[in-house]
Design a protein around this ligand. Structure first.
Ligand SMILES: *[C@@H]1O[C@H](CO)[C@@H](O)[C@H](O)[C@H]1NC(C)=O
Ligand SMILES: *[C@@H]1O[C@H](CO)[C@@H](O)[C@H](O)[C@H]1NC(C)=O
Ligand SMILES: *[C@@H]1O[C@H](CO)[C@@H](O)[C@H](O)[C@H]1NC(C)=O
Ligand SMILES: *[C@@H]1O[C@H](CO)[C@@H](O)[C@H](O)[C@H]1NC(C)=O
Ligand SMILES: *[C@@H]1O[C@H](CO)[C@@H](O)[C@H](O)[C@H]1NC(C)=O
Length: 395
């Protein structure tokens, strides 16, 4: 026990020192203007007030003030047989109303082919900010927006609440229901032609990554009319693939503001992040299909997440049978988070049942990748599957 504690403490100076190697750090991931835009696109940024109403769980546990206390919380939460995660959340009472400032970018191709009126509405997951879709790092390999624009599509992508240049709220409060409501309200703005320059969307295709996929799934399950196609990336619905205790252990969460006060000092102690880049690799990447320089970029660009986002991951609606338009689920074949490292055999069900009326439902396992399909080798192969799916379905 003592050895374990000492090992953790000895990592601390290392993590602080490593913050100096953030590539070209000028707070670019927390500013409204992105450090890179595809040269083939016209892009604009907006800080958008988004009024929402959501039914929120209440975090009913002593808030930690140190990593030692956080670690004790994680130990208790993962102790057998009955402690578990749900015990720390009190169910929603009355819906709550709030307005949040959301930082968003909209990119449309400079050369238009008619498809620019299909707007891809992108929600990132736990770990990155909106640059997940618009990577400044080797964009020809890792930039989804650039790949989509090359096929003629427009893309609306935003920092989720608490991330990047969007408003920061308590990490003991932010959660899935809030993320879902933000998708619903922001989509209505995009549908109305707000924040998309001269483009008035004729079709909106929602794409989400991981937590963003679950929030997207929740939004289209409850309000299927908001979307013309849905793409869930890094997803899996088979409960045998989701090892929640295992994830709490492999993420090794730490208080983000303590890990890097300069970057995350404006977040409260409920905002956490994995302990180091190796924990990121374990959860998000599969050897040999990544390179370490790319890991260093993703680690440098990382954003903390709310403990309550993690705890509410599975609290959204499941049944999406009211969604009758095209749906694509695409995950790394070796997704560590939703498939416990191997999706083969557990990817089809219950996805087919949950999306039984999607027309069509395409299920794709992307070879050689774990969770973060956007930053493995062959990310453009996954982007191709996504844009082909849209084209094949008339979007
Ligand atoms: C950082 O900035 C320098 C000079 O502006 C540039 O040469 C270099 O490629 C940049 N590095 C990254 C990782 O963006
Ligand atoms: C929090 O949990 C305690 C029991 O652990 C309970 O007595 C209390 O009413 C709860 N608070 C709220 C606001 O639900
Ligand atoms: C599907 O839509 C019907 C009709 O509006 C509604 O009664 C039902 O609750 C919806 N199902 C789900 C799972 O939301
Ligand atoms: C999970 O996948 C297994 C293997 O295909 C299947 O037997 C099981 O029914 C699936 N679970 C659910 C909830 O569909
Ligand atoms: C790249 O990705 C595509 C789409 O998943 C796949 O069909 C192809 O086999 C992949 N290429 C390699 C070399 O893995």
């Amino acid at each position: 026990m003592h050895t374990f504690t000492l090992t953790l403490l000895s990592l601390l100076p290392f993590s602080l020192a490593s913050t100096h190697s953030r590539p070209n750090d000028s707070g670019s991931f927390s500013s409204l203007t992105q450090s890179y835009y595809p040269p083939t696109a016209d892009c604009i940024d907006h800080l958008i007030p988004v009024p929402i109403t959501s039914s929120n769980f209440f975090f009913n546990f002593t808030k930690w003030t140190s990593d030692l206390e956080l670690t004790d919380f994680l130990s208790i939460a993962t102790t057998r047989p009955s402690a578990g995660f749900p015990g720390v959340l009190e169910p929603p009472t009355a819906p709550e109303t709030a307005t949040f400032e959301i930082a968003a970018s909209f990119c449309t191709p400079k050369i238009k082919n008619g498809k620019e009126k299909t707007v891809i509405f992108a929600t990132h997951g736990i770990g990155p900010a909106r640059a997940h879709w618009n990577s400044p790092w080797r964009p020809e390999e890792f930039n989804f927006v650039q790949a989509a624009v090359a096929e003629g599509y427009s893309v609306f992508f935003y920092d989720r609440l608490g991330c990047g240049a969007s408003q920061k709220i308590s990490g003991f409060k932010n959660q899935l229901s809030i993320a879902t409501s933000i998708i619903q309200v922001l989509t209505s703005f995009v549908r109305a032609g707000q924040y998309t320059g001269d483009i008035k969307a004729e079709k909106i295709a929602h794409i989400g990554f991981s937590f963003g996929a679950l929030a997207t799934h929740g939004a289209i399950s409850m309000t299927p009319e908001i979307s013309d196609a849905v793409i869930l990336t890094a997803i899996g619905f088979n409960s045998s693939g989701l090892n929640v205790n295992g994830l709490a252990r492999s993420f090794v969460p730490r208080i983000a503001a303590l890990q890097n006060p300069r970057l995350y000092g404006d977040r409260d102690n409920g905002m956490v992040t994995w302990v180091d880049k190796f924990a990121q690799v374990q959860n998000y990447f599969k050897k040999p299909n990544f390179d370490e320089a790319t890991i260093d970029f993703v680690e440098a660009a990382k954003e903390p997440f709310a403990i309550t986002e993690f705890l509410t991951l599975l609290t959204g609606p499941t049944d999406a049978s009211n969604f009758t338009k095209p749906a694509l689920h695409i995950s790394g074949e070796q997704d560590y988070i939703f498939c416990d490292g191997l999706c083969t055999g557990i990817f089809e069900e219950p996805a087919r049942t949950i999306y039984k009326n999607a027309n069509p439902l395409q299920l794709t396992l992307h070879p050689g990748a774990s969770h973060n399909i956007n930053f493995h080798h062959n990310a453009t192969g996954a982007y191709r599957v996504i844009t082909d799916f849209l084209k094949n379905n008339g979007l």
